[in-house]
Design a protein around this ligand. Structure first.
Ligand SMILES: NC(=O)c1ccc[n+]([C@@H]2O[C@H](COP(=O)([O-])OP(=O)(O)OC[C@H]3O[C@@H](n4cnc5c(N)ncnc54)[C@H](O)[C@@H]3O)[C@@H](O)[C@H]2O)c1
Length: 152
């Protein structure tokens, strides 16, 4: 599967990139290198340096690369700093995630993968906003993964 990994030069992202490669998937990393390291990315993986919060940059990559899945690990994660400068965390974790999700909805390449995918992005968007905006820390990945699942 063609996958785009945001924050793929960071700790969790780089580990995930290796796991994806080991499982036979194709990977492109999108990272602004504010914290991560280009050296952490395996040599066969393309790194596009850009910011998830920059709508034109992320939408352009989505349109050009046309991933079938996006794994989003680009975030600011320092708990102490998030209490001192919460606006930086709301901007990078909440607002930038919203920008990514809007770009995914807008990009023709993603829409081409099917109606179900778009419905899932919209569900994630609704729940991420509902759960994430009260806390400057990134929402747990489990919350975001659960957000698109049908309720029992
Ligand atoms: N580290 C952990 O133990 C842990 C555990 C569970 C979940 N997580 C979550 O995984 C995610 C990544 O955490 P991490 O530990 O790998 O952090 P990290 O700081 O090592 O990696 C984050 C990466 O995102 C990049 N980045 C940050 N903002 C960006 C932006 N706006 N545009 C593009 N790239 C950007 C950084 O350059 C860096 O490479 C976070 O959401 C975190 O909450 C981390």
């Amino acid at each position: 599967m063609k996958t785009l990994v945001t924050g793929g030069a960071g700790f969790i992202g780089a580990t995930t990139v290796q796991a994806l490669l080991d499982a036979g998937h194709e990977v492109l990393v999108f990272d602004n290198l504010s914290k991560g390291y280009a050296d952490a990315i395996p040599s066969q993986v393309t790194l596009v340096r850009g910011d998830v919060g920059h709508r034109e940059q992320i939408e352009s990559v989505l349109r050009d690369y046309r991933p079938e899945a996006v794994l989003h690990f680009a975030a600011s994660i320092e708990a102490g700093e998030s209490m001192k400068v919460p606006e930086k965390y709301f901007r990078n974790n909440s607002a930038a995630t919203l920008t990514l999700l809007e770009a995914m909805l807008a990009a023709e390449g993603i829409k081409a993968t099917g109606k179900g995918y778009n419905a899932r992005v919209e569900a994630v968007l609704r729940e991420a906003l509902a759960k994430g905006l009260l806390n400057p820390q990134p929402a747990p990945q489990s919350d975001l993964l659960d957000a698109g699942k049908p309720k029992r």
